[in-house]
Ligand binder design. Structure first.
Ligand SMILES: *Cc1c(COP(=O)(O)O)cnc(C)c1O
Length: 468
């Protein structure tokens, strides 16, 4: 057994021989010496374990493949055909071109981030967007941090550290990704006081809980679920009156938060930040990358004295956002000054507002090409389906959409074929992510705008494994 292995070992070239070969020059140029040497070592080691003796060209070819695979970005653009427009796992909102341009300029240049150009002294990065936020929400003052989870954490830590935070049991939400209201409270140093029951909380429950140790009342928009039936919640306006009377702060965590009335796009009205401020909340928190359509960020808007306290909290420094996102946010917020053309410029709103007819037309145009590519083993049909907004906004809201349903023609092993098909779709150069529903792979086409790119990408679909 030892003898053949030794003979083949002798035939393997050295790393040096491989990297000095003529064919190595182009790889050296592309990846650099260190990376090429490491890749060649790996290929030679693999050859030793399999007792094979590849030629130098074959070794370089394999090294090239390994280097190419390694240098490919892991943060791949995908076709989001899941039907969930603001998909947390797929990066939430698509930002407007204006925001992309602003972020790019900020990355490339030194910018007046914390520098008062008028006075020539140190400035405040919040100044970049404070006026815009106040104008769009009617709030007195505003600040911004890493995301809305950070905004909630910071507000609780500022106003309720060592004190009690009163929350209705019907609003003790888990957002996902380990953001659970009770845990955030304890990390913020606040003591949670739960009141009411899961389905019903009354004004008297709040009133009975308020005492000398109360730091704040927290109202949480139950953005990702809905309790129906025998329910009672105390509205923000009523809570405001109580909070004022008892001299405690009322904080409203809106979650997604929106700056415009979504009913203008045929969607159900979701409470706007302006409404939450008008109802009297002392502070309102909301996300930048949900319905707002910007980069990841968390806003805190409201009373000037409370915002000043929040900004003095040393945690603010740990949660602040960088110039790139501030630039993108400023450009995004600017667009809200012209609500009439918002959907034109804001991809997330444009996709949400897309009429079903339009999406169905896309499906019809793609049908024959997709069916031809998939071949006889699959039946492809244009179907109506339901999109959703995602990220917890309007959880019960179904937005009428259309797509392609792809079904294996075989009955035996159909489930396995379907799984293989969706795997193959995810392995495309630009992965296609759909959803499996009723024994079909459904591609909801609401978020597909570039049909030509979709078809060009689909040409690379490899179904051999799916049909084995
Ligand atoms: C989404 C959400 C959060 C968390 O916001 P992120 O921006 O994801 O950190 C907090 N509260 C509510 C009600 C939410 O819907």
């Amino acid at each position: 057994m030892d003898q053949p292995a030794k003979t083949s070992l002798r035939k393997l070239p050295s790393v040096d021989e491989v990297t000095r070969a003529a064919g190595a020059a182009v790889l050296l140029e592309q990846y650099g010496r260190q990376a090429l040497v490491a890749a060649v070592r790996d290929v030679l080691a693999a050859a030793r374990t399999t007792e094979s003796t590849p030629a130098i060209d074959a070794i370089l070819h394999e090294a090239d493949a390994r280097l190419a695979a390694k240098s490919r970005s892991k943060l791949k653009p995908v076709f989001n055909l899941t039907g969930t427009v603001v998909h947390t796992n797929l990066g939430r909102a698509l930002v407007a071109e204006a925001a992309i341009e602003a972020a790019t300029a900020a990355m490339r240049n030194a910018v007046a981030l914390e520098f008062d150009l008028g006075e020539g002294h140190r400035g405040d990065r919040d100044d970049l967007i404070r006026d815009l936020l106040c104008e769009l929400t009617g709030a007195e003052d505003a600040t911004v941090v890493n995301n809305n989870a950070a905004a909630v954490l910071l507000v609780l830590n500022t106003l309720a550290k060592g004190k009690q935070a009163i929350v209705s049991r019907g609003e003790l939400i888990e957002i996902g990704g380990a953001f659970r209201m009770p845990e955030i409270m304890s990390r913020a140093g606040a003591k949670l006081v739960e009141i009411g029951t899961t389905n019903r909380t009354h004004k008297k429950d709040y009133a009975g809980a308020i005492g000398p140790k109360t730091g704040l009342i927290l109202k949480v928009h139950t953005s990702n679920y809905r309790i129906e039936g025998f329910t009672k919640e105390v509205g923000a306006r009523e809570l405001t009156a109580l909070a004022r009377e008892k001299k405690v702060s009322l904080v409203n965590d809106l979650g997604s938060g929106t700056l415009i009335d979504l009913s203008r796009y045929g969607l159900t009205h979701e409470p706007t930040v302006k409404e939450a401020i008008a109802e009297g909340a002392d502070l309102v928190t909301f996300s930048g990358d949900k319905l707002l359509g910007g980069p990841q960020a968390g806003f805190i808007v409201g009373r000037k004295d409370l915002i000043a306290l929040v900004k003095k909290n040393p945690m603010k420094r740990a949660l602040r956002i960088d110039k790139i996102r501030l630039a993108a946010l400023e450009a995004t917020l600017q667009l809200y000054r012209d609500p009439g053309r918002l959907a034109q410029k804001m991809p997330t709103l444009r996709l949400l507002a897309r009429p079903q007819k339009d999406i169905e037309a896309t499906a019809r145009r793609l049908l024959s090409d997709v069916a031809a590519k998939l071949g006889d083993a699959f039946a492809v049909a244009v179907v109506p389906c339901d999109s959703q907004i995602g990220s917890g906004a309007l959880p019960m809201e179904k937005v009428a959409s259309a797509g392609l349903a792809i079904r294996p023609r075989t009955v035996k092993g159909a489930g396995r074929v379907l799984t293989s098909l969706s795997n193959a779709m995810r392995r495309l150069p630009t992965p296609v992510v759909g959803r499996i529903e009723d024994n079909a792979l459904v591609l909801d086409l609401r978020c597909l705008e570039d049909e030509a790119a979709f078809l060009a990408n689909l040409a690379a679909l490899d179904l051999r494994h799916a049909l084995d």
